[in-house]
Every structure is written in structure tokens, then in C-alpha cells.
Design a protein around this ligand. Structure first.
Ligand SMILES: [Zn+2]
Ligand SMILES: [Zn+2]
Length: 557
């Protein structure tokens, strides 16, 4: 007996966190739904929880096991939290990729970086419809902080879904088109059954400001600055790059872009045709020859990234340029929570150089790319969805957004990563919990967050390591002395004696009189050595280090 088809929604990342967005929609009989994937993003690691990790990706095991049912992958925009995992995970999913032109260009670069051809990417124009199994998908332009961001209109036999993607309401976004949610309502358009909606700024109670309002303030700042002016923002915020560059040009300054990401984004935006009339730029190697009062640098690294241009300039000379007393540095950006320490360190470095550091200053030089609460309400009121599922938010954002929707009589529910929701009926219904999680790109391999690799690395980092080498002779007795090496530990403890020598002496002494039962058993030997080392470490330095015991036996088997 065949079951009735159903419409399902399953977030694998991005619901309950801001980062690594990955959403699945399905339609069909239970267990045989045809699937589409919206976005494949990453989250960035930090020193506290993921030291040494390069990127954090959503665990798409559930999807990979159903790869034959995936009709397509749709990328809403080219921010890393939406596109960053595409090239890493695509080989496990192998479905056609659909995106608008600018996003396609960035996607292709990412695929090529991973040795993939990028021919799987299909560029979709506004007004075109992609047929993907039971889904008909259209890209609807929205304003955000990167060119060609899109909401998706997903028509299914069970009704219309609007997946907002990241958006703001901005009638004049400087680069690209504003979102007119009303345009797709009314005559001939099906009602919106489900709105899956960005929740990032649900707690911000004032209406959002337009990108275009920043121009005058930035122009004033650049014009009145006496020396060199440098400014940083997200490289992908092409509208802001244009606002900054235009301010430089208006003040009679030559504009120089520093940092690879910046050049890549401007080139992609020009290639996509969304950026025209960008001021001519001076290559970095020629910038040093321009008188500083006639120069404006636009540089990468607004989040304090150690290797980016901003951090390099804060440490001294970079590409022949050096900031000094009387120069101005503008952060036309918001510091993402978690990055404050790095950014503040840079600000202090500039301050020591006598550079005038100017930051966001309560919205004077930066506006958010996400819809604030009143704007979200406007979208709810315009689209009038039957069901609203909040996404792109931490749990508190999702909960608040669901509450807001419910206060208007819209059915809503907090759906976090791994919750499969049936959207066929009048109310969202959780039908299954899928095991989800994170995978780490560590160097060039993918490791599971629960595999223990990073847990071990953290332990080594926190506790230090003692390496014990025991050489056993043909009669299973210790040959010579035990040998101890310390990694990341103080050489001397409370007694003032050498920690490694003390451990070696104690190991040699205790194992020298141990019985054969212990000495012939590697596990027991390991355990005994570990205990001795930890005890001495505890007494001497008050720490329990990680201990690695290597037993080598000369005995012939
Ligand atoms: Zn975004
Ligand atoms: Zn995002």
C-alpha cells in the first residue's frame, strides 16, 4: 500500500546557531521523498573549542545516504555560512547546483580550488524556474550584504514555500536590487503556505537602515582626514566597497584594494555585471608612491584575522606601506561575537602608532545586512504565511521569532538541526529526529567532531604531554634507564629538581623491582608508568599531563 505524499523540512545546520546553513526539503511518500538542498555553509573554528581546525561543516551523512534522491542543490548567496562547504561536500551528494550569476562565479572558484570542474553549476536568472522533481524553484532577489542574494520561492504539490535566505529590507541597497515582497503576492500567485525566515536580528527593535545612508558620513570622514585613510569591511560586502571607494574618489584619493579576497569579490561582481562604475584602483605595489593624503586603502581583515591586511598593517610595514601618526583607520563593520579580542588588539596597535581609529560608532559607518524586528513583521504581514519556521539563528533567536509569528496568529515552531518536520497539514509536526553534528576540515582531511581527534588535541594543549620510553631486554627486564621527554610542561617543579630526571629515576627504580607479571604485560606496564608519572607531576607542578608510554621489547617472539 502506498502512503500519501508529504512535504518535509529538515535543517542539518544553521537552525540553533548562526553558521553552516544547510536545509533539506522533501516531497513524496514517507521514506521515498524527492529532496532538494538549500545552502551548504561552514562555521569558523576558534582556539577554545576547535584549535587548529580549518573549517567546520555540517554532517550530511543523512543526505549522502539518500544522494540518489537529491534533485538539486540551491545556493541562496555567496556568504561562507551558505556556500563554504559546497566544494567539500559536493562529492558525497553529486547533484546539480543552482545559483544566480555572482554566486555561481564564487561557487566555481571554490569547486576549482578542490580540483572539481564546476560544470555541475547551473546559473539561474531571475524569473526563471528550475524544475527539480516535484519542486519548482525560483530565485527572488533580496537585499543583503553581498551581491545577488536571493530568497527562494519553492512551489510544491503541497503548497508554496518561501525560504527567505539572509535578507534585509532596503529600498536602496547601492549594489543590486531591493526586495519587494509584495511583488509576488496577489493575482495569479498561490498563497504562501510556509515561510522559512532569517531570525538573526529579531531582537533589534528599530527598523533597519539602508546601505545608502552610510555614504554621506563616510564621505565626510574621508574628506576631513589629514593623512592616509584605510578602511576595512567584509570583502564580500561589495556595496560597502563601492561606498568606501566612492568616498575616496570624491576626496581626490587614489583607491587601493589590499587582500586577495577583496580583489576576488570585486572582480566577480564586475564579471557578474552587478558592479559598474567602481573607481579605478591602484595596485598595492604602486600605492607607496602615492602621497599619503591622496591615498585610500580598502583592506581585508575586519574580524581581526591574523594574516589579513588589517592585522599586518597593525604590526608594521605591509607591502611597503606603514600607518603613522595622523592617519585614519575605519572599521566599517561589526565585530562578530567571538572575534572581539583580535579586533581590539589591532585597534590598540594602531592607537600606539598614533593612528586615529574609527569604528562603527552606533551605526554611523555600518549597517546590518539582516532584517530587524519591525522589518520581519512587515514581511510576515505581507506574505501572510500559514506556517512560519524561523531559521538562521541561535535557539534564543528562533524562539523569539516563533513567538513573534504566533502573536500574529501564524502557526510556528522552533525547529533545530536534526528535527524533521512534516509541513503537509495546517500545523508543523515533528516526525523524526535525525542524528546531525559537525565535521571538521583539519588540514586536508575531514574528521568527525565526535571522533576524538580534536578532543585529544585540546587535552594536549591544556595538560601538556609526557613521553615515556621503556626498553625491555630478552628477559623482560628494563634495559638501562627509563627515558622521559616533556612537551609543553615546566622543566622544574616545586622541589627545584629536573622533572624529567625525577620521573626517569622513579620509573627505573619501581620497574626495576617489579615482578614478571607486570613486566611481561604491555598494558600493565603502561598503566604503572602512567601512574608514576602523573603522581610526580601532580606533586611537583600540580598538573596531570597526558602520558604516552612506548614499550619496545628486544625479545624474539
Ligand atoms: Zn549572508
Ligand atoms: Zn548567513
Amino acid at each position: 500500500m502506498s502512503k500519501a505524499p508529504r512535504l518535509i523540512y529538515l535543517p542539518l545546520g544553521g537552525a540553533g546557531e548562526i553558521g553552516m546553513n544547510c536545509y533539506v526539503y522533501g516531497y513524496g511518500p514517507e521514506g521515498r521523498e524527492r529532496l532538494i538542498v538549500v545552502d551548504l555553509g561552514v562555521t569558523f573554528p576558534d582556539m577554545d573549542t576547535t584549535p587548529g581546525v580549518d573549517l567546520i561543516l555540517p554532517d550530511v551523512t543523512w543526505l549522502a545516504e539518500r544522494a540518489d534522491r537529491i534533485e538539486g542543490i540551491f545556493i541562496t548567496h555567496a556568504h561562507e555560512d551558505h556556500i563554504g562547504a559546497l566544494a567539500h561536500l559536493w562529492p558525497r551528494l553529486k547533484a546539480p547546483i543552482h545559483a544566480r550569476r555572482f554566486t555561481s562565479i564564487i561557487a566555481r572558484l571554490k569547486m576549482e580550488d578542490q580540483g572539481l570542474s564546476g560544470t555541475e553549476i547551473q546559473t539561474v536568472g531571475v524569473g526563471e524556474t528550475v524544475e527539480a522533481g516535484p519542486f519548482s524553484v525560483q530565485f527572488m532577489p533580496v537585499a543583503h550584504s553581498i551581491p545577488e542574494s536571493s530568497a527562494l520561492i519553492i512551489d510544491t504539490p503541497a503548497g508554496r514555500i518561501v525560504h527567505s535566505g539572509d535578507f534585509k529590507l532596503d529600498p536602496d541597497p547601492v549594489v543590486g536590487e531591493p526586495w519587494d515582497p509584495e511583488a509576488r503576492m496577489g493575482e495569479g500567485e498561490p498563497p504562501v503556505k510556509v515561510l522559512v525566515c532569517d531570525s538573526t536580528n529579531v531582537f533589534t527593535t528599530h527598523a533597519g537602515r539602508s546601505e545608502s545612508t552610510l555614504g554621506p558620513a563616510i564621505r565626510d570622514l574621508v574628506e576631513s582626514a589629514p593623512g592616509l585613510v584605510a578602511a576595512t569591511t567584509f570583502a564580500s560586502n561589495v556595496a560597502r566597497l563601492k561606498t568606501l571607494a566612492d568616498a575616496g574618489r570624491a576626496a581626490g584619493r587614489s583607491v587601493c584594494l589590499m587582500g586577495r579576497a577583496m580583489k576576488k569579490m570585486v572582480t566577480a561582481a564586475q564579471e557578474a555585471g552587478v558592479l559598474t562604475d567602481f573607481p579605478p584602483i591602484v595596485p598595492p605595489e604602486m600605492a607607496a608612491e602615492v602621497p599619503r593624503q591622496n591615498l585610500m586603502l580598502i583592506v581585508t581583515g575586519s574580524q581581526g584575522e591574523r594574516r589579513a591586511a588589517t592585522a599586518q598593517l597593525s604590526r608594521g610595514k605591509y607591502l611597503g606601506l606603514e600607518l603613522k601618526e595622523g592617519d585614519t583607520f575605519l572599521f566599517s563593520s561589526k565585530t562578530i561575537p567571538g572575534n572581539e579580542r583580535g579586533v581590539i588588539r589591532i585597534m590598540n596597535n594602531f592607537s600606539e602608532m598614533g593612528v586615529n581609529v574609527v569604528d562603527d560608532q552606533g551605526g554611523r559607518y555600518h549597517v546590518s545586512g539582516h532584517a530587524n524586528r519591525p522589518d520581519l513583521e512587515r514581511v510576515h504581514d505581507t506574505l501572510k504565511p500559514q506556517i512560519l519556521i524561523p531559521n538562521h539563528g541561535e535557539h534564543r533567536h528562533l524562539r523569539e521569532h516563533a513567538r513573534l509569528a504566533e502573536s500574529k496568529g501564524i502557526a510556528s515552531d522552533v525547529v533545530t538541526n536534526g528535527m524533521m518536520v512534516d509541513l503537509t497539514g495546517d500545523l508543523p509536526e515533528v516526525v523524526e529526529y535525525i542524528e546531525t553534528g559537525r565535521i571538521y576540515l583539519d588540514g586536508n582531511v575531514l574528521v568527525g567532531a565526535m571522533d576524538g581527534v580534536i578532543r585529544d588535541r585540546l587535552r594536549l594543549a591544556l595538560n601538556g604531554q609526557v613521553l615515556v620510553t621503556l626498553l625491555m631486554d630478552e628477559d623482560d627486564a628494563l634495559l638501562g634507564d627509563a627515558w622521559v621527554e616533556l612537551n609543553g610542561l615546566a622543566e622544574r617543579g616545586r622541589s627545584g629538581r629536573s622533572l624529567s630526571e625525577e620521573m626517569e629515576a622513579e620509573l627505573t627504580e619501581v620497574l626495576g623491582r617489579a615482578d614478571r607479571r607486570l613486566l611481561t604485560d604491555d598494558d600493565k606496564l603502561d598503566e604503572a608508568a602512567r601512574r608514576i608519572v602523573r603522581q610526580i607531576a601532580m606533586e611537583e607542578i600540580g598538573k596531570k599531563p597526558e602520558v604516552t608510554v612506548v614499550v619496545s621489547r628486544l625479545a624474539v617472539e
